[in-house]
Write a protein that binds this ligand. Structure first.
Ligand code: GDP
Ligand code: MG
Length: 246
């Protein structure tokens, strides 16, 4: 599949790497302990881009057009005394053609799997997205199932209990959100990041024990960044290609 068709852009991938590298070299401004890559997936028009926009900029764009560029946005926050930069990737609309590539999932430690509580079909497709994650992403990826558009309660087509049941069966975390009102968006991301932090610290611990025992060490997937002092909480810069008239 060529680059135009699947929307994967090597330039962006290298920019993401460059950003990680810059952070490693930052002096005195920002103290970043970890950068966690999180991908947002799910059917088209469920609100993925708006959830991301709410979390990283506290904005909702009524006039959003479908996303036109693979993009990531970032937000830095403190979790369990560690400064964590969430690098959250949005699709370029490839989900419409089920053409999200493995490159999109590469290195992701977490996934927000979004459906629309008013569109049953988007929930019915969640199982396919879970399969996609299981086959392309790291085994230890933390998945948060998100029922978005909770503000449209009168149009609800997916009972909360169905989603809870599915999430329990599949070992996913679950939350209902509204990108429009902002309800639960921060808390869902924070829960996901906390869980990722738990996985990464556990791997680091196992790796240390492995080394002490002289055995093969377990690979640490988070990007550990050298510590420099700086602010506790910040909404960092946005790099956006998607079309939005806000
Ligand atoms: N009522 C309501 N509309 C939403 C919400 N989130 C997104 N939308 C709308 O749903 C449409 C699709 O949103 P978008 O973020 O572009 O979906 P994506 O294709 O999954 O990225 C847009 O018209 C948004 O304004 C929400 O929480 N509540
Ligand atoms: Mg989008």
């Amino acid at each position: 599949m060529n680059q135009e068709m699947n929307g994967y852009c090597p330039e962006l991938e290298s920019r993401a790497q460059a950003e990680k590298e810059r952070e490693r070299q930052t002096n005195g401004h920002e103290k970043i302990d970890y950068v966690f890559k999180v991908v947002v997936i799910g059917d088209s028009a469920v609100g993925k881009t708006q959830i991301l926009s709410r979390f990283t900029k506290n904005e909702f764009c009524f006039d959003s057009k479908s996303t036109i560029g693979v993009e990531f946005q970032t937000r830095t926050l403190t979790i369990q005394s560690k400064v964590i930069k969430a690098q959250i990737w949005d699709t370029a609309g490839q989900e419409r053609y089920r053409a999200v590539t493995s490159a999109y999932y590469r290195g992701a430690l977490g996934a927000m799997l979004v459906y629309d509580i008013t569109k049953r079909q988007t929930f019915d497709h969640v199982a396919r997205w879970v399969e996609e994650l299981r086959s392309h992403a790291d085994n230890s990826i933390v998945i948060m199932l998100i029922g978005n558009k909770a503000d449209l309660a009168d149009l609800r087509a997916v009972p909360t209990e169905h989603a809870v049941e599915f999430a329990e069966e599949q070992g996913l975390f679950f939350s209902e959100t509204s990108a429009l009102s902002g309800d639960n968006v921060d808390s869902a991301f924070i829960r996901l990041l906390e869980q990722i932090y738990g996985v990464v610290s556990k791997k680091a611990l196992e790796s240390d024990v492995g080394k002490m025992n002289g055995g093969d060490s377990v690979k640490l997937s988070g990007s550990k960044i050298d510590v420099i002092s700086g602010s506790d909480f910040e909404i960092s810069e946005i790099k956006k290609l998607s079309a939005c008239s806000c």
